[in-house]
Design a protein around this ligand. Structure first.
Ligand code: CP3
Length: 347
């Protein structure tokens, strides 16, 4: 069997399987003691650009949990670092930029960088992906990138923000500058996805984590066309994910170029499937908060998610957002065992 015949790829092609494939956003990372040990003394973005280290961190959750897919250990700001933009990840905070991009002149300066610079500098990414794919065998690797709006939410602000006011203001105050910036970010993410696919990623996911802060009208006019441009170059099945996007779900199909749409924990999957229609696979949507609940409560919730997922043409089990760092990783393994029909207590 190859990654192409994997449950994940088949589900994204619309095949309904006996059990949904399962993986977790942020399955690699701080919930794993073996990750925390490997990361000592190395900054986040430096770890991402060390092929052997990035490959090993990507493989850790596959070995430990037996998930149906690996997700490449990297970050949405890596292609910006590869393009020469000064960015760091501050522990406990998130991406921070030395120079926020706020004015038309700032936009002109950053968009003067040729997005081809990303592909040219992406050897550490291609090398890491090749190492991972060589180890994975039939398990598919998911490559990913940040959507233009989520990247802009950090870049325009200069760091993390709650409501992403500056990026949303730019859309209306200077639409030409906004479209230039978002178009450039789409090209940068597209190049990052292209490098991962060229080296063997079997699926890609576009993270628009903060799209939920947008009105539907703004999403349609200022964001969706750029997200579509970021994803449409990829030659493998595509997943599009956001948080708080109940009002945007139908549009997140991006005119049908998304094979799967990720749904957060707020919208039951049967309701999401009714909105999304019969031509898209749903992904989600276990509430990350319930990872802290007693197992019988969590088990009932996971079974409910699976039952509701049957309303869609196909379902990929995941959380509604990333694994919280304080999660007990044995709980994640237990969910995988339950989905795979191996849970001792389920018998
Ligand atoms: O396992 C995986 O899902 C793959 C790896 C992955 C990371 N970041 C590793 C990471 C992925 C897919 C991302 C994407 C990402 N990065 C997103 C979109 C997904 C989402 O969660 O909504 C966003 C918004 C970012 C930006 C970012 N990077 C944030 C907000 C943070 C957290 C900062 C903190 O310390 O709380 C990061 C850092 C980051 N990216 C970590 C990991 C494992 C933690 C770094 C550490 O170990 O200190």
């Amino acid at each position: 069997m190859t990654a192409d015949a994997s449950a994940l790829v088949r589900a994204l092609r619309g095949e309904r399987l006996d059990r949904p494939p399962v993986w977790f956003m942020r399955q690699a990372g701080r919930s794993l003691p073996e990750y925390r040990e490997l990361r000592v003394g190395t900054r986040m973005l430096d770890a991402c650009l060390d092929p052997a280290l990035a490959a090993e961190i990507t493989l850790q959750p596959v070995r430990r949990h037996g998930v149906d897919a690996a997700v490449f250990f990297s970050d949405i700001v890596i292609p910006l670092r590869l393009a020469g933009v000064e960015v760091e990840i501050e522990p406990g905070r998130g991406p921070v930029f030395a120079a926020p991009v706020r004015t038309a002149a700032d936009v002109a300066r950053i968009t003067a960088i040729d997005p081809d610079a990303v592909a040219a500098a992406a050897d550490p990414i291609r090398d890491a992906v090749r190492l991972v794919v060589g180890e994975l065998g039939a398990t598919p690797l998911i490559g990913f990138a940040g959507a233009p709006f989520t990247l802009a939410a950090y870049l325009v602000e200069g760091g993390p923000s709650k409501e992403h006011l500056r990026a949303r203001a730019m859309m209306h105050a200077d639409p030409a500058a906004w479209h230039a910036l978002a178009g450039w970010l789409a090209a940068v993410s597209r190049a990052f996805l292209g490098a991962q696919v060229a080296a063997g990623a079997a699926v890609v996911q576009l993270f628009d984590s903060w799209a939920g802060s947008l009105s539907l009208a703004d999403y349609r006019e200022f964001v969706a066309p750029h997200s579509r441009a970021a994803l449409e170059g990829a030659t493998v099945p595509r997943i599009h994910f956001g948080v708080g996007t109940a009002h945007l779900l139908a549009d997140m199909r991006l005119d049908g170029i998304a094979d799967g749409v990720g749904v957060d924990w707020r919208t039951p999957l049967d309701e999401a499937a009714a909105v999304l229609g019969p031509e898209v696979t749903v992904q989600g949507n276990v509430d990350p908060a319930l990872l802290q609940a007693p197992w019988p409560v969590l088990e009932r919730h996971v079974r409910d998610v699976i039952a509701r997922g049957r309303a869609a043409r196909a379902h990929i089990l995941n959380l509604g957002h990333g694994v919280p760092p304080e999660t007990d990783p044995t709980v994640l393994t237990r969910i995988v065992d339950l989905v795979h029909g191996r849970d001792a207590a389920a018998a």
